[in-house]
Design a protein around this ligand. Structure first.
Ligand code: BEZ
Length: 240
């Protein structure tokens, strides 16, 4: 969809859209996105600038959780409008000098895209002129194995992201797909899940009469069931 902000056409991909495709240079070599990630979940995220403190704390946190995301078949891909040599120098500095929240000597092994032309940032609506015309906001795109955008979160420049929440989003999206359920407010694996609302009077009646095994209905439209944490995590982490 094209939107106009300050008379500039700004592209804003939406949930359910195919992730805009691009080729880019990264700190881990060239990538062809999202084709190179077919069959995997991806978190594509932007940060405002290299050599800035909030971004540094975010990269250290994300890098330290990379294995956890990998186990969920989810790859991480970062982007800023800085150039490749800036990215390399910044990531080296992080590993050599910075300590944060008990983390140190942190190697960032996921790709960081150079986007000096802002081509990718603009295609993903990461440049939000009301916030900054020269830096990307902290955008997070959750892209599924078919290359479809499944969730989007935007944060302003001043606000560091909560990476446990980003992990929760991936697990919840995968759980929704695997179990055909929805997840209520503040859901975490092991909490009750929401059974999709009855789509017919017959189903509503059956549910209220307790005919659906293991489903608890408070009213016809609000029904939950238990899926224990082990069952959720085994399925979403694809463990036997
Ligand atoms: C930071 O990462 O610290 C930052 C970057 C841009 C604007 C404000 C803060």
């Amino acid at each position: 969809m094209e939107q106009t902000i300050q008379n500039n056409p700004v592209s804003m991909p939406r949930i359910g859209d195919p992730a805009p495709s691009f080729k880019a240079v990264t700190t881990q070599g060239d990538i062809n996105f999202p084709a190179d990630y077919s069959g995997k979940w991806v978190i594509l995220f932007s940060h405002p600038a290299d050599f800035t403190p909030v971004c540094t704390s975010e990269f250290m946190t994300f890098a330290s959780m990379e294995k956890q995301f990998e186990e969920a078949n989810c790859k991480l891909v970062g982007l800023s409008v800085d150039g490749l040599y800036s990215h390399i120098a910044w990531l080296r500095t992080i590993q050599e000098k910075i300590e944060f929240n008990g983390m140190k000597n942190v190697a960032v092994n996921f790709p960081l895209i150079e986007d000096t032309t802002m081509e990718v940032a603009k295609a993903y609506g990461m440049i939000q002129p009301g916030e900054s015309t020269t830096k990307a906001v902290r955008a997070v795109f959750f892209i599924d194995p078919k290359g479809i955008i499944r969730a989007i979160i935007y944060y302003p420049l001043s606000l560091g992201r909560n990476f446990d929440e980003l992990y929760r989003v991936i697990i919840a999206l995968k759980a929704a797909d695997e179990f055909s359920i929805a997840t209520p407010a503040d859901w975490n694996p092991g909490d009750d899940v929401i059974v999709p609302t009855a789509g017919s009077c017959g189903t509503a009646k059956d549910r209220m009469e307790g005919k659906e095994k293991d489903v608890k209905c408070y009213d016809w439209f609000f029904c939950t069931k238990k899926i224990d944490k082990d069952t959720v995590m085994k399925k979403v982490l694809n463990k036997k």
